[in-house]
Design a protein around this ligand. Sequence first.
Ligand SMILES: *Cc1c(COP(=O)(O)O)cnc(C)c1O
Length: 226
Amino acid sequence: MGIPENTEEVRRKISEALKKSGRNEKAVTLVGVSKTKPVELIKEAVECGITVLGENRVQEIMEKYEHIDGVSWHLIGHLQKNKVKYIVDKVELIHSVDSVELAREIDKQAKKIGKIQEILIQVNISGEESKSGIEPCEAESVCRQIAEFENVRVKGFMTMAPRLAGEDELREIFGGLRLLMQKIKEKNIENVELCELSMGMSGDYETAIMEGATIVRVGTGIFGLR
Ligand SMILES: *Cc1c(COP(=O)(O)O)cnc(C)c1O
């Protein structure tokens, strides 16, 4: 199948999962994960209505940025502090903030260009050692510390599930992130606006939506295998 058919199928499945869980038709943002894919293919996806592109490397955003119009870019992969300066002027949302120090650098660079950078905090809900992200028990403290930065706004949380997780485990992980966010939201921390849950990839986005995802990150499901 080509990109148009793939995109349509992903949209249909998103819409079905939303219906099944009684959620609003427009409650989910689809991020097309275009990492490793060439500009020509990405343009094809944009023609199919993809308006948000996700990349996991700073270098790739820098290379592709000028060649694709009419989209917003999300950084979804690990970000090193020394690379923040290259992308703050390019990305709408950074999904992968995993330390206060990284947020401090984002604040500094965003200030320079007069921007308030929206971010998500990546949480390692599954406890898998290979996954990055903060521990769930640190989430409130990290939110409170990042809240002090004027040019950074926490919009919500992001997580990744283990590749081979079964349905029950997925539910537990995604539901766990939703509950964690709810709990911290109730503390009404100033400058922290917890409304986005970035969870779900090609293999598990329907389950993530059933558990409240507001952003899904789909690569293979749209662009085919990498
Ligand atoms: C690559 C990647 C995705 C997309 O993965 P697929 O399985 O191809 O949909 C989503 N999120 C992150 C953080 C990624 O690195």
